[in-house]
Design a protein around this ligand. Sequence first.
Ligand SMILES: Cc1ncc(COP(=O)(O)O)c(C=O)c1O
Length: 366
Amino acid sequence: MIADRMRMIDSSGIRKVFDLAAKLKDPVNLSIGQPDFDTPEPIKQSAIQAIQDGFNRYTLTGGIPQLKESLLLKLEQDKKKSFEDIIITNGVSGALFLALMVLINPGDEVIIPDPYFVSYKHLVNFLNGKPVFVDTYPEFTISKSKLENAITSTTKLLILNSPSNPTGKIYNKKELEDIAEIAAKHDLLILSDEIYDLFTYDEKYTSICELYSKVLLISGFSKTFSMTGWRLGYSAGPKEIIQEMIKIQQYTFVCAPSFAQYAILNHLSYDMSKEIEDYKRKRDYIFNNLDPAFECQKANGAFYLFPKAPHGTGQSFVEKAIENNLLIIPGSVFSEKNTHFRISFATSEEQLKRGVDILNSLINKI
Ligand SMILES: Cc1ncc(COP(=O)(O)O)c(C=O)c1O
């Protein structure tokens, strides 16, 4: 009964962890992929107002024109690039799905730096494309030679995600220039997922959009304003691609939620510096207090660290952590390797302290 393409999607790894986790009573939870603060009050009020004002119907398929115009202006400032066109989508997942739907033919190769955000691999497989993983361990960077070696005559695009889920890595300007140089040589399209671009803690953030022209940007508000349930994202880039995405949106998602589009309209630049400062402190706390037995890169962005399990596989270490009441995610969910695990520091300081204590205690337990 079930279509063959479903065989291309496997969710067994994460399910096993969730099954184990379901048995815990009051776990220390460092597995959550969303901010622990609530949506800012003025944005909530604007959403309530939008609903009361009757903005409850379908919007135009591609999004309400005022939001599209304001976003294009903001992107021009933030990303130092003027984008030809934009579509408002159902979260970044909606943008990603539409983009891959319009771009991937069966057999097309998609270069994905490993570790990667989970959906990339599964969506490419779902469309009968071929994920080509570029191993970025241990520093999670992509060298020119690694990228060039991955490119073939059937390469369709490269997916970049900076700041990254699960590593928190931000590519610096030099790394991006290297990527842009190779991409330009092969006229490669780059799909850049910048959903965490507000969550940066050290140097100034550079987007690949500044350095390279053939980019399809996907981003959104789920993490920025902690509104993962509102389903609001967008994609900006070449008109030819965006127009095709609008065609498919018409027959699938229809439009992004109307109230959410109106609610965000006057808050695109809402100040989140206090929350970002908080997360920087939490990043520092966890990084500084994790036992040196954990090999770990200091994340510059997002709200994750991706340390190496001190012994065994990432999966076996996570199972041990769960036995000790700590929820974390095995690296194999985000990687072809099973050596690391993901910690989310989007939680309270008290949870973080308890989590670090459990992690450090596990080093000598096994
Ligand atoms: C890198 C990355 N891209 C996209 C998404 C999906 O975002 P949304 O909830 O807006 O669909 C996530 C969510 O965890 C993510 O980490």
